[in-house]
Design a protein around this ligand. Structure first.
Ligand code: AMP
Ligand code: GLY
Length: 424
């Protein structure tokens, strides 16, 4: 079967790396890919958001499965377009991707189907939003309804910040139409965890636990980012909490989506807040986490392609997903300045040496290659991923490999995995 992966991050490199190992994969393409992906797939110069271009490419090249990495093409209806012309795709339709694409849709679905989540109000003009804040008090959370590249969630310590957040989203329209409607939520406390679940429309199979580190600097401090590292297993997601989250959060959501005529297929990423042993839903994403996908892919023992096809075909009961016993951990190397302003174009050396460390795979994110030289081409640039007996062992190997990479213009956190390691 010919497979096309859509996206260009570390997530997509790890997906391509795993798919390329499948005996069922005859030819692998990635749109647009990056310098690392080029080593396992044929990169095609189409942006992930270019729905028409991707549909045409899939038709012309008789693609058997399109695997969509990022949320933007999902929310834009790429999977609907492919399904209409009989091309199989891994990922939700636009109607189902609204779980991430519209926070109002997600909150209202949760309310209707009894999924535990923060109390909320939904507003389409600033005055009533501010009245609600006045009544509820702070701390409080203000969220843009639509997609805002991960920046549409504003945690407000006092009412003043919350009014400013409303002005920023609704009056100044910092994220355009994404902020024309807002959700205002109760501020939840506890420990965060992510649960990834494969879904085939009806059945839901949780993956092994994984957790990322969102903040830019050591000790989980500094500005929010897409994720500076991740590891699996994540001890915060005990089997008991996973079962409660499946029973009370994921299953009612999947059943609710089916009942609404919007069956969910693909991977569902539930952001949870856990307090006193009970999880509440913070948010849904309709895709794999990046970087959480990277350590998950190196721990996966079974054929990923079988699982992705089963999600698309509604046959998840036919596949068994097996995992290595080892732990895995990913350290993200980013360009200095990220998540603020950063330079592109600096040269990266030493990747061969890093990849030669036992158990290590370096997945690329923002890179490109010029005459065999690897250049930084984004904020998050490399994902140094290691398997190890334990999270601590994987961490040791990952940093051993990081230290072999010669890229003075980059930086990374030195403490990825600390929560898991300290817990024991
Ligand atoms: P993002 O991943 O950028 O959408 O931001 C979501 C982050 O905001 C979560 O990972 C939480 O840290 C935080 N968050 C979202 N909703 C709440 C809430 N109701 N209470 C407390 N923190 C929240
Ligand atoms: N690592 C967080 C995300 O993918 O949204």
């Amino acid at each position: 079967m010919k497979v096309l992966v859509v996206g260009s991050g570390g997530r997509e490199h790890s997906l391509c790396w795993a798919i390329a190992k499948s005996p069922r994969c005859a030819k692998l393409y990635c749109a647009p890919g990056n310098a690392g992906i080029e080593e396992v797939a044929k990169c095609v110069p189409l942006e992930a958001s270019d729905v028409d271009g991707i549909v045409n490419f899939a038709v012309e090249n008789k693609i058997g499965l399109v695997v969509v990495g990022p949320e933007v093409p999902l929310v834009a209806g790429l999977v609907d377009r492919l399904n209409e012309i009989g091309i199989r795709a891994f990922g939700p339709t636009a109607a189902a991707a609204a779980l991430e694409g519209s926070k109002a849709f997600m909150k209202e679905l949760c309310e209707k189907y009894g999924v535990p989540s923060a109390e909320f109000g939904h507003f389409d003009e600033p005055d009533s939003a501010k009245d609600f804040i006045r009544r509820k008090g702070a701390p409080i959370v203000v969220k843009a309804d639509g997609l805002a590249a991960g920046k549409g969630v504003i945690l407000c310590r006092n009412e003043h910040e919350a009014y400013a957040a409303i002005d920023h989203l609704m009056t100044e329209r910092a994220f355009g139409a994404a902020g024309d409607e807002v959700i205002i939520e109760e501020f939840l406390t506890g420990e965060e965890a992510s649960l990834f679940v494969l879904v085939d429309g009806v059945r839901a199979v949780p993956l092994v636990s994984a957790q990322d580190h969102k903040l830019a600097y050591d000790g989980d401090e500094g500005p929010n980012t897409g994720g500076m590292g991740a590891y699996t297993p994540a001890p915060v997601l005990t089997p008991e909490i996973t079962k409660i989250a499946m029973d009370e959060i994921v299953t009612p959501t999947i059943e609710g989506m089916a009942a609404e005529g919007k069956p969910y297929k693909g991977v569902l990423y539930a952001g949870l807040m856990i307090k006193d042993g009970r999880p509440k839903l913070l948010e849904y994403n309709v895709r794999f986490g990046d970087p959480e996908c990277q350590p998950l892919m190196v721990r996966l023992k079974s054929d990923i392609l079988d699982a992705l096809i089963a999600c698309a075909d509604g046959t998840l009961d036919k596949v068994k997903i097996e995992w290595r016993k080892e732990a895995a951990l990913t350290v993200v190397m980013a360009a200095k300045g990220y998540p603020g302003r950063y330079e592109k174009g600096s040269e990266i050396r030493g990747l061969d040496k890093a990849n030669a460390v036992d158990g290590v795979t370096v997945f690329h994110a923002g890179t490109n290659a010029e005459n065999g030289i690897i250049l930084a081409n984004g904020g998050r640039v490399l994902n140094v991923t290691a398997l190890g007996k334990t999270v601590a062992d994987a961490q040791k190997r990952a940093y051993e490999a990081v230290d072999l990479i010669d890229w003075p213009e980059g930086f990374c956190r030195r403490d990825i995995g600390w929560r898991a390691i300290n817990r024991k």
